[in-house]
Ligand binder design. Structure first.
Ligand code: PBG
Length: 322
């Protein structure tokens, strides 16, 4: 029965009514805050293309972790900037690597906050690619061992969950097997399953010093025009033992999040990446958009599309203000 019997405006009349019928709610419990850990002491260098985000030495990373726990954020996602890089990314799986040091220090200072680590080679390799290079190409199978070693060393140092972001084939299975053989059968894997070769990672590459020295990542990350292929990637990661699957970036790929939500029953994470953050910050600074409103609208959109878990540089701020 159309108008005048049905009036959609009835339930929009007051804030209380709008709250009552709200379909999507943001909560810090389902948010993860990415941080960048660097060598040194008392370092807190702002990333110029990500105002409000910092390279933090371990002591400051501990403070931010405590703040995140207090604010009710579910977890932090740790990225490392090693003191030195080499061809095979040795610091990534070194017992005393930057991430391993950070994990041990943070673990002592928080209780419930989830410590999640990005597992990848690009921040640690001199060439900036996500795997070992031979004949100017990233070698898939030899990289798997290094990724598995990295994951194991993160968990030994105190990680609660590992998140491989390299996009090598077979890495979830390799990591699952390595963790299990070390007795870490209860450590979940959050796989960056549908990770696109995206221009939206630009500011991150400044933040993490991980720009490829030659070529690009298109031979391992996904081609942006493809959607069905993302569902295949996700299905394969699930078969290999992923506990949580991720779509990344988030806002330009809401269709992928929605399709993954329809097709799979696992928890789905979405990563609002550095470029998405930088665009909002830049436009807000120019006075072209209302910053807080846009933050709520974009993060809500990602959840409305079907993401259970939201990884965002706004997690800490949102947790404090929601
Ligand atoms: C590492 C990695 C990247 C991001 C997360 N893990 C960069 C890349 O693949 O180039 C991007 C995060 C962001 O842009 O916020 N492989």
């Amino acid at each position: 029965m159309p108008f005048p019997l049905n009036r959609m405006r009835r339930l929009r009349r007051t804030q209380t009514l709008r709250n009552l019928v709200r379909e999507t709610r943001l909560s810090p419990e389902s948010m993860i805050y990415p941080i960048f850990v660097c060598p040194g002491e008392k370092v807190r260098n702002e990333v110029s293309s990500m105002p409000g985000q910092y390279n933090l030495s371990v002591d400051n990373a501990v403070q931010v972790a405590r703040e995140a726990e207090k604010a009710g954020v579910a977890g932090i996602l740790l990225f490392g900037l090693p003191p030195q890089k080499d061809e095979v990314g040795s610091d990534a799986y070194d017992e005393n690597g930057i991430i391993q040091q950070a994990l041990r220090a943070i673990r002592e200072n928080v209780r419930d906050l989830l410590l999640i680590t990005d597992v990848c080679m690009c921040e640690y390799t001199s060439h900036g690619h996500c795997g070992i290079i031979k004949h100017n190409d990233v070698q898939n199978d030899p990289t798997l061992k290094l990724l598995a070693d990295s994951a194991v060393s993160h968990v030994r140092a105190g990680a609660d969950m590992v998140a491989p972001s390299d996009m090598m084939d077979g890495r979830v299975a390799a990591i699952r097997q390595a963790l299990d053989s070390e007795g870490f059968t209860n450590t979940p894997i959050m796989a960056y399953s549908a990770k696109y070769a995206s221009g939206f990672y630009g500011p991150f590459r400044e933040a993490a010093g991980a720009t490829p020295k030659f070529g690009d990542r298109r031979s391992y990350q996904m081609d942006p025009p493809n959607a069905r292929e993302a569902l295949r990637e996700i299905a394969l990661d699930i078969e290999e033992g992923a506990d949580i699957v991720m779509v990344k970036p988030a806002m330009p790929y809401l269709d992928i999040i929605a399709r993954a939500r329809e097709q799979f029953d696992l928890p789905i994470a979405a990563y609002q990446v550095s470029g998405e953050y930088a665009m909002i910050e830049a436009a807000a600074r120019a006075g072209w958009i209302e910053r807080e409103r846009i933050i709520l609208e974009t993060t809500t959109a990602i959840k409305r599309a079907g993401a259970d878990i939201l990884i965002t540089y706004y997690a800490l701020e949102l947790a404090k203000t929601l």
